[in-house]
Structures are given as C-alpha cells and as structure tokens.
Design a binder for this molecule. Sequence first.
Ligand code: RM4
Ligand code: MN
Ligand code: MN
Length: 431
Amino acid sequence: MTFEIDDSFIDDQNRKARAWVDEDYEALARKLRRQNVDIEDLVKKAAAFHVAIPSWGVGTGGTRFARFAGEGEPRGIYEKLEDCGTIFKLVRSTPAVSLHIPWDKPDDASKLRAFAGTRGLSFDAMNSNTFQDQPGQTHSYKFGSLTHPDRLVREQAVAHNIECIEIGKTLGSKAHTVWIADGGNFPGQQHFQRALERYLESMREIYAALPDDWRVFIEHKFYEPAFYSTVINDWGTSYYCARELGPKAFCLVDLGHHAPNVNIEMIVARLIQFGKLAGFHFNDSKYGDDDLDAGSIKPFQLFLIFNELVDAELNSVANFNPAYMLDQSHNVTDPIESLMMSAVELVRSYVQAHLVDRDALNEAQEQCDPLLALATLKQAFTTDVAPILAVARERSGGAIDPLKTYRQSGYRRHKAKERPGQKGVTASGIV
Ligand code: RM4
Ligand code: MN
Ligand code: MN
C-alpha cells in the first residue's frame, strides 16, 4: 500500500478554511451582483475547466548545467500517475495526463489505463520524442528526424510517431503532438525549403495513421536545441503545414516558443479565426523557453490569452476545441506544488476572462476609445476571484487551499520513504 491523501483529511482541512471562504465568497458575490454577474455561473465555469498534466512534469527538472534531484521523486510511470492523481485530488481541474514516449512508454498500455482509471485519470495527447537517441536505436537524430536528408532516418522517426499513436489508441488518447528539434546551428547547414518539404512528406505519413476521431498537433519553436534555425520555427509555418496536411491537423501554442515580446494573444486570435488552434502548452518565461510556472512572470499576458479563448467560446467559433496542457520544468520546487499552483493560475485567468464586460469592450472598440477598452480588461483582471476558485474546488471534492493541504498531509515525506535511492540521479535531458 502506498500513501494517499485521504478524502477525510481534505475535509478536515477544508473545515478549517470555511470561515474565510464563506465571508469572502459572500462579499465577492455582492460585488459581482452590482456588475450583473451571477457568481454561481463563474463557479460552474471554474469547475468545468480542465488542463492536462505532462507525465514528465512530476519529476524534478534540470538545466544543461545540473539537475538537483528532489526527495521521493517518482521512479516510473506508475509512480508518476500516483503524483498526478494527488494533484487531481487536490485541485480537481487536472483529470488527464499527457505521455511522452519513450520516456514514459508503458509495458502494457491497457494495464496503465486501468491503473490511471483507479485514480480517476485519463490520457490526453501523446508526445513523440525524436530529439534524443535511445539505446539500441539504428539511426541517429543528431542532424534531424522527420526532416533529415537521409530517408532511413526519416522513416525511423515516422515509425516512432506511428507507434505513439498506436499506444495512444489503447490508452484512450485522441491526439498526437509532434515537436521536432530539427534545425541548424550554422548558416548554410540546411536548405530551408528542402527541409520543410521533407517535413511535410513525413507528416503526411503520420497523418495517414491517425484514426478518424484523432487530431495531430504541430508544435513550433523558434530556437533550441538548434540555435540558428529550426524547421518549424513559427506559427506561420505551423499554420501552412496544418493547412497542407488537412482537417485533422492543428497548430499548438507553447507559451515559451516565441521570440521575446511577441504578441502571443494575437497569434492565438489568428489561429482561432483560421480554425486551426490545437491548444496550448502552458508555462511562463522571462528570456526563452524557460518552462517556468504558468502565471509566475507575465500573468497579464496569460489573462489576455484567455480573453481571446473566452471570446471564441462565447461566440461559438467553428473548429474551436483547444486542448490544454502544462509543459513546465520544475527545477527548484516540488513539482506537485508547482503543477497544482499552475493549474490554479489557469483557472484564475479563465474565470477572470469570463468577467470581461464584452458589451462595454465592444463599444469601446467601436467608439475608438483605447483607454476605456483597457480599463474594461483591467477591471476583470484586477478582480480577485480566489473565492470562486476555492469554492469550485471544494464543491468538486478538492481542497480549498491545495498547497497548505498538500504540505500538511506529509505526502512528500511519505514518498521519500516509499521511493528511496533517488538522490543524486542525473537527468538524461532537460526535464
Ligand atoms: C520542447 C517542447 C515539447 C516538449 C519538450 C520536452 O521544448 O516544449 O513540447 O515535449 O520540450
Ligand atoms: Mn511544449
Ligand atoms: Mn518547450
């Protein structure tokens, strides 16, 4: 038997927080009523918001300099699912897990699915890995995978992606995300056009292997590990490829994969308008693909992104069914804590975006009143919706204060005993 946080423990902790939640909830309900907003509608919205946890996110991450292992880290996919189950239990907005293959390749996918089911978890998009060589692999990805000049390397990479889809079918997944590290470190290293042609050729084969009710997500990234050029460098290239591939191909936005200061919310709006938004890898960054916790550096940007998403939701835009996932690397925090708090930040932005007075915003836009337009957004962004989030969690069986409840439960201490011998283990990659 492994340690799990008991429902009754969560109830006890919640009882202690009752008084302030009730008081703050009532006060906020009154304030929102003045704005003609029913707080109960927002609680329902908050409870319905879901974001997937990446299987690789529950282990401690590292940088290219070092990795400092945490206590009681999960040692395999089953223990990772235990941690995902704990996150889900406390915050209630994370019912699905996204697997990276072969990092978390299951020996028996049906067995893994059944185990996940016992924790109330299901499986979200699959993720392939052709940015590393695996032991015993025939061809190297050192100079690329789906776009490699050598047909044999490309075939191997295509086969790997199809294998991911096969595993995903058994797990009940409905999407496959392809991020490739292909690119160049030196000017002249790659013929830009030929590389993109080869990408499309490979992706067509992967696309052909998709079941009817599946989608494929193209994830672009403008640099790293290739430092001069990447093949799928920006959303324009991603959009072009998604169009070329067909109706099951969409463009995924990872918040850390853009040049500094790029207007990401506008990219999101464009992809929504063109019916090609796949979804997100949420994280935050200051400099590059920092994979910091969502909402920790640029919370207003996160809100503005959700403002576009909620706008689309309210307008019932066609082909709008975004898949949400966190894609973060927790190098100095307990990954469970970071993932819980990040999920909470997403729900916060989502609820705040629902608070935007759309008629007022529209009016300000039509009247060319920039200041009033901004003030309308800021009014929503500066509203403290914490009581809504707390009540939504509690009503779905989660914790009013997930961080405190998690720490009080001693979960990590128990795992340190159950999962010994992990100290000092070095990472094989960036996560
Ligand atoms: C990449 C990208 C992918 C993720 C890998 C680990 O930068 O964000 O989504 O799978 O990192
Ligand atoms: Mn990503
Ligand atoms: Mn990334």
